[in-house]
Design a protein around this ligand. Sequence first.
Ligand code: 475
Length: 820
Amino acid sequence: KSWSDDAAVNALWTKLCANKGSDVSTVQQSFVQHVQSTLARTYFNIDNFAGYQAAAHSLITHWDETQQHHTKLDVKRVYYLSLEFLMGRSLGNAVLNMGLQGTFSEALKQLGFSLEDVIDEERDAALGNGGLGRLAACFMDSLATLDYPAWGYGLRYTYGIFQQKILNGYQVEVPDYWLSFGNPWEVERLDVSYSVRFYGQVAKGKDASGKSSYSWHGGEEVEAVAYDVPIPGFGTKSTINIRLWSSKPLRSCYFDLHSFNEGNYQKSVELQQRAEQITSVLYPNDNTMAGKELRLKQQYFFVSATLQDIIRRFKKSKRAWSEFPNQVAIQLNDTHPTLGIPELMRILVDLEGLEWDESWDIVTKVYSFTNHTVLPEAMEKWPVSMISNLLPRHMQIIYDINLFFLQKVEALFPGDRARLARMSIIEESPYQQVRMAFLAVIGSHTVNGVAAIHSNLIKSTIFSDFVEFYGASKFQNKTNGITPRRWLHQANPKLSALISEKLGGQGWLTQLDKLEGLIKFADDENFQKAWMDVKKQNKIRLAELIRDTCKVIINPEAMYDVQVKRIHEYKRQFMNILSVVHRYLDLKRMSPAEIKETVPRVVIFGGKAAPGYYIAKMVIKLINSVAEVVFIPDYNISNAEVIIPASDISEHISTAGTEASGTSNMKFVLNGGLIIGTMDGANIEIAEEIGQDKMFIFGCLAEQVDDARHNQKYRKTSMNPDLEGVLDALKAGRFGDFENFAPLVDTLTIGGDYYLISHDFASCTYAAYRDKKQWARNSIISAAKMGKFSSDRSIRELDLPSHDPDARQSRPAVWPLPVD
Ligand code: 475
């Protein structure tokens, strides 16, 4: 009998939970209590950091107090599996989502704190690289806000994405030991842990009925321990969880006693360290694949623990396995969790004794797969030899999946051997590798790209054979979105307030289409002024950040031209900085009268390069070597929240066909910034929504890229003369020793200019700012038409288990006891 069946206990519980309002004094009581008992400090000597900790803890208490405990919701759940969650800070977001902004600021103010200062004490949770990880975070906000019965699953890395320092113009990486001062937002669940095996052998035997059976044993085992991170929805009681796994040694082998007794203390803790190493660090690659065994270990550790947890929850309902797909949907965030496919097959066939075909039917009903890139260097392929050694049974299962799949291909296209080779999960040459994207496609019932152009591209390129085989309907588009709660309401409080005032409420925060109500004010001079005033204040806020971090004073009257994103050749920060040099050389040639006519412009860069990405690091050095440019170090979620609302224009200038979607483009426009961009990724759909006349569009189109590359490579086109002039200036040493940049410049010449910088150079440089009224109008209308790009829309489009429409009123919150 569980305690919740006990009427007396229930009544007492309800009584204890009652009378806990969300008023100022309740918050203060909770705050003081946490200062005293959780932090063990006296109220009279606490600093802002302790204030932050106490505020965070009292919010979690608040969840506990204001939300009823769970009842079992017997609904299908959606599991979002992602190796990355780029969350940023939580305090400000939690307070806003829970509608406690006013209460908390007042409560803290009376106690001598400012909510902003306290918020500023929090370190970013940066367990992701860039777009893919931030999308996962936005999706969690939408899933909670829309009351989906959803769980996020990920890894609790001890070190998040490195912190970037700039020394002498070069990037230097500093480890991000983000947990060093604790993390009030996680709850360690020592009661939720599973063991995970690596290496070992597969034994073949026979089961009772004489059928072949396989068992995997030996090797080494580690423990996965759960840490739960609550995600409060906006304007709802729903609070969902992200469950992050941390690797620990198995309880039984914490300590190698034998070595210890021999006096080898070092060796006695080796096993422990080896286990903990698995979740110690996030791989810092964005849009590239790291072929390291430890990364493969992370992936398997992740899916093994996650599936054990999902299956434990499923088994509680005592349903037949055939019902598993009615209870469970799993969304794979890129190929990183694809080992979940053979792992679920192993569990069903080897451990649960189901037939192969029945198991495969279940697996393909459960999984869906999102692809985030077409860049060849990002496609995950693992050597067969590595998987065979680390996960011997999974390798056998992958071979079987492949065999049965190729038999079907053969049946449909008899004798087409080239096709079989193209579609095989196993790539044969130059050595055997497992193509994870193919495994993900074959094991899922739907596959989606992240913007219209990208979804079409994957159908016509990497997955074209699969479209022919399965039919087109399996391949869908779900254009990315962003959460307006963090990216407007939280990051740009002044604009949010102005919009709410004009629209008469905050309804637009959950129905972003309502922003269209602003269009009728686009020509209203007072509104234009108020709109641009907010922009101005945000520009001053950014100028202060730049003053503090870069020791550079910038002019808030100038146009702010921003490019902040991971540094990558395909994103063409190189082209942007070359165009800065071009404009600088132009200015040098101009008369004072002509210069007076130009619009002063501050060009702002930010972004990390993968530590092993030589050319990208050289781009950072070049940017820092060109005067009149600001490089903000350590671009992350928290400074993005200051940078994005302050931009006049931002650069989204990838070579057409390379940026799957981009999501910061959406954030900039939503905050009233205009875009300089190519017809790539979601820029195309933004143009469709807001009108191409409100963007500065330039460059090669995706369908022209092949020809342009061909012409470039075979020198049928010569280099753009303006670009030539810029390179001459670099070679002349006008921005420091040319040797610093020679290999970078070589990519344009002997490298064949794969990213078409010369081709697109002519048109990429100028954007006007003279007609301020026109600018304000374009800015207002653009933001007003961004409704489509809410991640709420993306989530609704994903074919996830339908949510309970009454949840906003009736569903008890799942915090702090997740519904399991
Ligand atoms: C796209 N990351 C953006 C964004 O859909 C898109 C790949 C391999 C290993 C580690 N990280 C990655 C990505 O591929 C990635 O971040 N892709 C990005 O996903 C969300 O908006 O265009 O580049």
